[in-house]
Design a protein around this ligand. Structure first.
Ligand code: HEC
Length: 446
């Protein structure tokens, strides 16, 4: 990544820690968002095809609402989805600078996939509204007896839309896989060097497990957010439609249970695949919180499912987020642990560059009066005693109030007193001549 190498600055140890915190924040933004995006689209497509097979219009409505709720408007996608990923890439370029791991490359490819996925899913979502319009239109046209043409348009367009959705899902899955793999490699030093190639990425069970955990968790998050939006947000949107409300509730519970049942196993699996170098008390602590929060959430879910109520909707969603975020923190800490050597190295480079910088600024501004005196004058001058040159206390009084003359002499000494040999030019810069003149004038009377 030569291009990034140019952008990268050596970091102090404090900065590196800060970067890890920023990485956590960025993931806080886009993880829930991408979870909704992935699971929302898959569920919408799934329910749409179910509607086709069963002829049950509730599925169609559910499919439309899922994509409507899960996929926010375009500016939100850019703010919550793409910008954080771009920022994360820059950040990792910085953190993993000089490290033999291809994380940044994978993240970049993933960004391309995700961007294409977003475009595809938007055309799916957008077309959804219009395909509904078409259906209504064609019903109208039928009654007028002019349905053939509009039906033809209708069906080919519909096909295109579902394909856009499907492509969107494929791209999202591929993009999220690369993202997961890239971050996974960053935290696993045993994959560094020539072992972080693409084939290894695809074949490594750890990456696959992490990815499955992420995807299944995204279904859990999405369904709990849906529960919240359908039944709690602004009093719930299905107040007067108890039949459809039951349908939605049943579906969401089913998704939650299926996606949640293996979650603890997956979480434990993912973290036991971490190398010892990536583990620390902090990592353990947050993994435990992640699992506990998840168990609590699942417990509430079971209660709601068994007794058919929705009382814990908000708590459930909160716990799901606590679990998700704890997992994110644990993972970032594990990456921090794995990359600690590199951070130390960067800190050394940083300190060196600060030293160089100090030298540079010092030589630009010149030496200080005191430094010049000890380096360039003290061999021939003392304040109160004649050495090679006269004592300052004898010659400086005549320069009182004539600083410019003294500066001029120091910069370019002239022959003055026949009792002394001429003073050699000390080759001072203008600022240095000023500094030393000021320094000796201030000090000769002391
Ligand atoms: C190699 C010895 C030598 C060095 C180094 C030297 N000087 Fe001198 N300096 C002399 C001599 C000799 C004289 C007497 C010159 C004369 O009177 O012609 C003198 C004279 C002076 C005078 C008196 C000028 C006057 O008007 O009578 C000042 C002020 C002075 N030096 C300042 C400095 C400063 C400041 C430095 C350091 C940047 C410095 N000198 C470095 C040898 C030196």
């Amino acid at each position: 990544m030569n291009f990034f190498d140019k952008l990268v600055l050596p970091q102090s140890a404090e900065h590196t820690i800060l970067l890890h915190y920023i990485a956590i924040m960025l993931q806080f933004l886009f993880l829930p968002f991408f979870s909704l995006f992935i699971a929302g689209t898959i569920l919408s497509i799934f329910n749409k095809s179910k509607a086709k097979k069963s002829g049950d219009s509730r599925y169609l409505r559910f499919a439309a609402e899922l994509i409507e709720i899960a996929v926010l408007n375009k500016s939100m996608v850019i703010i919550l989805g793409l910008i954080p990923v771009v920022a994360l890439i820059m950040l990792y370029a910085q953190l993993l600078h000089t490290m033999p791991v291809e994380t940044v490359t994978y993240l970049l490819i993933s960004l391309i996939f995700l961007t294409c996925a977003v475009i595809a899913i938007y055309s799916y979502r957008f077309a959804y509204k219009y395909s509904n319009l078409y259906t209504r239109n064609s019903e109208l046209n039928k009654s007028k007896g002019a349905s053939d043409f509009s039906n033809a348009v209708n069906s080919s367009d519909k096909k295109l839309y579902s394909q856009a959705g499907l492509w969107g899902v494929i791209l999202l899955l591929a993009g999220s896989f690369l993202l997961t793999g890239g971050l996974y490699f960053a935290g696993h030093s045993d994959f560094w060097g020539d072992k972080s190639d693409f084939v290894t990425l695809i074949l490594s069970p750890g990456v696959l497990l992490k990815w499955i955990q992420l995807i299944s968790f995204s279904f859990f998050i999405t369904a709990s957010v849906m529960l919240f939006v359908y039944f709690y947000w602004e009093g719930g949107r299905l107040k007067n439609e108890s039949e459809y409300a039951d349908f939605v509730k049943g579906k969401l519970f089913k998704i939650l249970i299926i996606s949640g049942i293996l979650q603890p196993l997956l979480i434990v699996g993912v973290f036991t695949s971490y190398p010892a170098s990536a583990l620390s008390n902090m990592v353990f602590f947050f993994v435990i919180i992640m699992i506990l929060a998840f168990f609590a959430a699942f417990h509430l879910l079971y209660d709601m499912f068994k007794n058919g109520h929705l009382k814990h909707t908000v708590t459930l969603m909160t716990l799901v987020f606590v679990s998700l975020y704890s997992g994110t923190i644990a993972e970032q800490f594990s990456i921090q642990n794995s990359t600690i050597k590199n951070s130390v190295l960067m800190n050394v480079v940083f300190e060196e560059s600060v030293k160089n910088l100090e030298k540079l600024t010092a030589s630009a501004a010149g030496l200080t009066g005191e430094e010049i005196f000890t380096q360039k004058c003290s061999a021939c001058h003392k304040y109160d005693q004649k050495v090679v040159g006269p004592a300052y206390k004898d010659v400086l009084p005549k320069y009182e109030g004539k600083m410019a003359d003294l500066v001029e002499f120091v910069k370019n000494p002239q022959k003055i007193d026949p009792a002394y040999p001429p003073m050699p030019n000390q080759g001072l810069k203008p600022q240095e001549a000023k500094a030393i003149a000021k320094y000796i004038m201030e000090n000769y009377k002391k």
